[in-house]
Design a protein. Structure first.
Length: 414
């Protein structure tokens, strides 16, 4: 007799779904454009609803455009999985799509094997994860953590407001709070996603069990000095802001080797704006922006505090002013300890190589972790590529990821 622990997903069926969805919004150069509320996105939602219904699920679209498929008993706290089917511009076929289609493949396995569910099972495609208008909008609305002012003020790159895009899609933006699930109505949330980084592939591992999603801080440092002639102004009489900024950046990076970093710490100065920006003029103003990520918020706080001291010291040394502005901060989201254990046990039972690791990218799971126990599974990304048309993972590895999801969900559902 075979038990539920012997159930496996149908890889060919999953790959067929991934291929069909990837064809919606695919541009001639191969990348996928499927931004939230776009025509391609709406087409993908229609296709997805068909697939959910064919898998035996009841479907609905909630007040902010999340697509939800459900099966199992009418009552009880929900066991939920999901991800997103919107993409960045010129995106790939797996980011988000994998997690949603994996959830539907699990539903098909449950249906065809007539597994009796002890709790309702829901698959969610969260709207606008990528933030064409507002990053994680759907997941924040469903978890009841969206801020009214953010929803009201959000707009896309073309200046279209989120609330207008919602109206155009037949959603009433004044009713966004109806998308929120009552407290305790979701028991657990699991999400399968591609790693979007090179770690698993480099270690030749099949599965990543995520222990947390790092916090992200974005801080702007503006040095203000004085423009002057690059030829006539002696070196000791300058107020050169780029020279100060360059030294500031170098000393900040040096902190990584001075006890200010753990394994999850990431530090990136990704922009530098110099004014007036002529080779024969001393820079009057230089702005650099730091992206700092860390699983441990206190470690991030310590680093950012020391970076601020360095900014002040360097500004002082070069006789310039310094302005420090925190632009945005996303808190870290820790995954549930019990689910981390359970996912490791499932990977072990299935004989898949795995390790526990943090996520350096944001995911719908971080919003869900605010209201229920959340867990995440990673599969390797070929060459670490994501948000790119060449984003890919071998079908055998995708199937292993979905089998981990299936077995982990079965432990919760049966
Ligand atoms: Zn994603």
């Amino acid at each position: 007799m075979t038990g539920v622990s012997d159930l496996r997903i149908n890889s060919a069926r999953l790959m067929g779904d991934l291929e069909s969805l990837a064809a919606i919004g695919r541009a001639s150069e191969g990348g996928i454009h499927r931004a939230a509320f776009s025509d391609a996105y709406r087409q993908a939602v229609d296709w997805l609803i068909d697939r959910m219904q064919a898998a035996g699920m009841e479907t609905r679209i909630d007040a902010v455009g999340n697509v939800i498929g459900r099966m199992g008993p009418a009552d009880g706290a929900v066991i939920m999985t999901g991800s997103h089917i919107d993409t960045v511009r010129n995106g790939g076929p797996l980011d988000g799509a994998l997690g949603v289609l994996a959830g539907i493949e699990v539903a098909r396995v449950l249906s065809e094997n007539k597994v009796v569910l002890g709790a309702p099972y829901e698959v969610v495609a969260f709207n606008d994860e990528e933030g064409a208008f507002l990053s994680l909008m759907g997941a924040m609305a469903l978890s009841g953590t969206i801020r009214d002012e953010d929803l009201q003020s959000a707009a896309n790159a073309e200046g279209v407001r989120l609330i207008d895009a919602m109206r155009e899609s037949g959603l009433d933006p004044d009713r966004y709070h109806q998308a929120a699930y009552p407290a305790e109505s979701i028991a657990k949330y699991l999400e399968l996603h591609i790693e979007q980084g090179p770690v698993l592939e480099n270690l030749d591992l099949e599965i990543g069990v995520v222990d947390g999603i790092v916090c992200q801080r974005n801080i702007e440092y503006t040095f203000r000095g004085q423009s002057n002639h690059a030829g006539t102004t002696p070196m000791n009489m300058r107020r050169d802001t780029f020279r100060a900024a360059a030294e500031f950046v170098t000393h900040s990076y040096a902190l990584l080797d001075q006890g200010y970093a753990n394994e999850s710490t990431r530090m990136t100065f990704g922009t530098c704006a110099i004014a007036p920006g002529y080779s024969n003029v001393i820079p009057r103003e230089t702005t650099v922006r730091l992206d700092n990520r860390d699983l441990d918020e206190s470690s991030s706080a310590r680093l950012v505090e020391r970076v601020a001291q360095i900014a002040v010291e360097t500004a002082d040394k070069y006789n310039v002013e310094i302005d420090i502005n925190e632009r945005c901060t996303n808190p870290a989201a820790l995954m549930d300890g019990g689910l981390i254990e359970s996912l490791q046990a499932v990977a072990r039972d299935l004989g898949y190589s795995h390790q526990v690791m943090p996520s350096g990218a944001g995911h719908d799971a971080q919003a869900m972790a605010l209201i229920c126990k959340a867990g995440m599974i990673f599969v390797p990304s070929r060459r670490g590529l994501s948000h790119h048309p060449d984003e890919w993972t071998a079908p055998e590895l995708l199937a292993k990821g979905v089998n981990v999801l299936l077995q982990a969900l079965l432990r919760e559902l049966s």
